[in-house]
Design a binder for this molecule. Structure first.
Ligand SMILES: *[C@@H]1O[C@H](CO)[C@@H](O)[C@H](O)[C@H]1NC(C)=O
Length: 285
């Protein structure tokens, strides 16, 4: 689908921007945490912390309707049991759309669980979980969401781990009508997060800190009354991502991840769906 057709078919007003390593001061607002979320180095870095009393979070000032967003994150090191670091896109309102990355902490030496989900029109229940092929607390790694009208792709260091295709033609809702913001938070979920809630947070090790840097968004920014998504504001920018699909090399890498690192797939959970697996599971999703 070409850009002009996209604009005609969805009738949204937006403008295309390309930001390289955006400044956290310009792009984000702190949403909670009373000083526990800190923007550092003139907006280049951001840290979230969690203690017994509160977690912290931030969200993008812009709302996007489609985009390719990258964030580098270094997760809480050591004993991160009970903590959850989130990084997701979400719209507002009741029948909301959401595209989630959640990192569930663990005791020292045990792997984080990377939890993913997709909500469309308020309906989620599409969990896929992974372990990572590296220690995500030792260094920054890039976590990306590609969201275009045909597909949603979750990637880690450029390696796709999950694809959710637009299957509206088969009656499956797809997030494409509601603008979303980027959100991130670090909070206490020790009632369920680690090993099913059996392992609690060790507050003697608090505060727990996760670090963020190098936010990039190539996106259609929702802005009432301004230009449309097809009008490229920067002459050097391209909107290839709007039509991007996974080539065979990427599919192969995704299969490698899913084969070796996937620990839960709702599409394989027949006990959970006795009436039959969700429609989108009949093709790779
Ligand atoms: C924590 O470690 C256990 C044992 O290795 C593993 O089964 C689990 O998936 C890990 N993640 C969480 C969030 O519990």
């Amino acid at each position: 689908m070409g850009v002009s057709k996209l604009v005609l078919s969805t009738l949204f007003l937006a403008t295309l921007v390309v930001t390289s390593n955006a400044n956290f001061n310009d792009e984000f607002d702190i949403t909670f945490g009373d000083g526990r979320a800190r923007i550092l180095n003139n907006g280049e870095d951001l840290t979230l912390s969690l203690d017994k009393y509160s977690g912290s979070g931030f969200r993008s000032k812009n709302e996007y309707l489609f985009g390719k967003i990258d964030m580098q994150i270094k997760l809480v090191p050591g004993n991160s049991a009970g903590s959850v670091t989130t990084y997701y896109l979400s719209s507002m309102g009741s029948a909301h759309d959401e595209i989630d990355f959640e990192f569930l902490g663990n005791v020292t030496g045990q792997p984080y669980t990377l939890h993913t989900n997709v909500f469309a029109q308020g309906k989620g229940n599409r969990e896929q979980q992974f372990h990572l092929w590296f220690d995500p607390t030792e260094d920054f790694h890039t976590y990306s969401i590609l969201w275009n009208p045909q597909r949603i792709v979750f990637s880690v260091d450029g390696i796709p781990i999950r694809e959710f295709k637009n299957m509206e033609s088969k009656g499956v809702s797809f997030p494409k009508d509601q603008p979303m913001r980027v959100y991130s938070s670090l909070w206490n979920a020790d009632d369920w997060a680690t090993q099913g809630g059996r392992v609690k947070a060790d507050w003697s090790k608090a505060p727990f800190t996760a670090s963020f840097k190098a936010y990039k968004a190539e996106a259609c920014v929702w802005a009432w009354g301004t230009s449309s998504c097809g009008s490229v504001s920067s002459p050097t920018s391209t909107s290839d991502w709007l039509n991007q699909e996974l080539d065979s090399a990427s599919l192969e890498r995704m299969n490698w991840v899913q084969k070796n690192y996937m620990i839960y797939n709702y599409c394989a959970d027949v006990q959970r769906f006795p009436q039959g697996l969700p429609t989108e599971c009949s093709q790779s999703s």
